[in-house]
Design a protein around this ligand. Structure first.
Ligand code: CU
Length: 189
């Protein structure tokens, strides 16, 4: 019995060491700037019915970034999962989500293997759905989630800063469906 329990643990430890050997694990951010509120609104595009708003701010302990995610208008015949991420580049006014570049990944983790939500420090910084669950929706329902991501920052100049980045919502096959840019909504002195 003890052996049966120890074996998966040893495997898990081995994979942690393996995963950690190629890149730097994300540090927990402890100095997120207070008093700023960022919001990304998905484009009002003709070629998709998906809409949404992602709001982001520093929690009162300044650790990481708190997100409120609202998405709606998903095709009624596809429950999901719809991944969504923070991407590097801002989307131009034409709303072409393929202009958003790759994921926010300042520690060079890369795309593979898939993010393990039990080890979020080993995931790409921008992989919000990998760390906090993708969108899965009932027909005609809205998706809403709120969570704190310990590894992102509201502080300008940080590698983990989100304020100048974009959000992209993907189809289950990875197609980029809709996107939006974070903008500073509110700054309290
Ligand atoms: Cu993405």
């Amino acid at each position: 019995m003890r052996l049966a329990l120890a074996s998966p643990m040893a495997l898990s430890l081995a994979s942690t060491v393996l995963a950690a050997s190629n890149f730097t694990e994300a540090p927990i951010i402890t100095n997120s700037q207070q008093g700023v509120l960022y919001e990304a609104t998905l484009f009002s595009k003709q070629n998709t019915s998906i809409r949404g708003v992602v709001t982001a701010w520093a929690p009162s302990n300044a650790i990481g970034v708190k997100f409120h995610v609202d998405f709606w208008g998903f095709p009624p015949d596809v429950r999901g999962p719809y991944p969504y991420h923070i991407h590097l580049d801002r989307v131009p006014q034409d709303g072409n989500c393929y202009s958003a570049g790759g994921h926010l990944d300042p520690y060079d983790r890369g795309e593979q293997p898939a993010c393990d939500p039990n080890q979020p420090q080993t995931c790409q910084l921008g992989d919000l759905s990998g760390k906090h669950s993708p969108v899965y929706v009932a027909p005609n329902a809205q998706f809403e989630a709120e969570y704190t991501d310990l590894f992102l920052s509201t502080t300008k100049g940080s590698d983990a800063y989100i304020g100048n980045r974009s959000i992209v919502v993907h189809a289950p096959d990875g197609t980029r469906l809709n996107c939006g840019n974070f903008v500073l909504l509110e700054e309290v002195e």
